[in-house]
Design a binder for this molecule. Structure first.
Ligand code: ADP
Length: 324
């Protein structure tokens, strides 16, 4: 392998730049060429490439987003689209790539590898932490810190006005962000898809906490929560069944994907980038780099896209005790 491409694809996450930087610098260290592929698979198909050296990635470790831009690309889902991508990579002399993204991006890479035997390695970059084979994805820690910070602020205003807030956080169909920030920000209740305890229990808990003298409350709701109501419907439901509360809703949205990455995410991304390039150079392909018990490991990409990291049962128990 003489020339490695690097791209960011799918939903962005804080720390992607640190991962790009690490891939580029490891290539420089190993004396192989590195090419930035812009706008994910779309840029691959269009040949939107730029050679990168160690200096191309100065001053980006602290930046959110991705300097390579990210995109979703329907053409790459078709054999014709992938053929174009292959031809562009051939023309540029790129003979392996590192894709930083989520399970969709990994699926694309795997399909591409099957068709063209093209060496690929994935680095998990998503705030949702919904990828098997790693206890942390790049961006998850930053997103949790961002959300805790915001909930602390919401708490200030909630307590000034004796209000109940439903705060919806991201996470797609898993509750990792919600559970962790719920515990970390001291939420009254945490609604996650992995533990749906129903509306009755929510009302009971809110009643109990009001009785015990609490005047304001925060309920963290995962966007993939299975309680069967949107946060706005939850507000209406509680107002109707428990008129003692003045209820407000806050849907945090895309701010959760932005911001300067945490130290943890920067270090994680740096470690993963090194492993990705080293693995390709050792002849490994079709793996995702992950972290387990603070060790950097490889997981077959086919396994990574199939499962989710299981929600931490012990943390669910802690959350139940904390919300008593
Ligand atoms: P994420 O990587 O964050 O999960 P997406 O699911 O949007 O984001 O996937 C990113 C891109 O990966 C898609 O826009 C598409 O180009 C490519 N991709 C996803 N699934 C496939 C697939 N089954 N075959 C080929 N390419 C795919």
């Amino acid at each position: 392998i003489k020339k490695i491409g690097v791209l960011t694809s799918g939903g962005d996450s804080p720390g992607m730049n640190a991962a790009i930087r690490s891939v580029v610098r490891t290539c420089a260290y190993m004396k192989v060429d590195c090419v930035g592929i812009y706008r994910g698979y779309q840029g691959m198909i269009e040949g939107d490439f730029k050679p990168m050296d160690a200096r191309s990635v100065n001053n980006i470790i602290n930046k959110g987003g991705t300097i390579l831009k990210s995109a979703r690309c329907d053409d790459f889902r078709t054999p014709e689209g992938r053929k174009k991508a292959y031809e562009q990579l051939q023309a540029e002399g790129i003979d392996a790539f590192v894709v930083i993204g989520g399970d969709g991006s990994f699926t694309g890479a795997m399909v591409f590898n099957q068709e063209y035997h093209f060496p690929i390695i994935g680095i998990p970059g998503t705030i949702d932490n919904d990828i098997f084979g790693t206890s942390n994805t790049v961006g998850f820690d930053t997103a949790m810190n961002t959300v805790v910070d915001v909930i602390d602020k919401i708490r200030d205003t909630a307590s000034s006005h004796n209000r109940l807030f439903f705060v919806e956080v991201m996470g797609r169909d898993v509750g990792h962000i919600a559970l962790n920030v719920g515990v970390g920000a001291g939420a009254e209740e945490i609604l996650i898809p992995e533990a749906n305890r129903g509306l009755e229990r929510l009302l009971e808990s809110l009643k109990r906490s009001k009785k015990s003298g609490k005047s304001s409350s925060i309920v963290v709701v995962a966007e993939g929560d299975k309680i069967g109501k949107s946060v706005f419907e939850l507000k209406e439901y509680v107002e109707e069944h428990l008129p003692i509360y003045d209820v407000r809703v806050s849907v945090l949205g895309h701010m959760q994907r932005g911001g300067s990455p945490s130290c943890y995410d920067r270090v994680l991304a740096s470690r993963m980038g090194v492993k990705a390039v080293e693995s390709l150079l050792e002849g490994q392909t079709n793996f995702m780099v992950g972290i387990q018990n603070n060790k950097i490991i490889l997981t077959p990409i086919s396994k990574a896209i199939k499962g989710h990291t299981k929600i931490d049962k012990e943390l669910i128990r802690v959350s139940e005790i904390m919300t008593t």
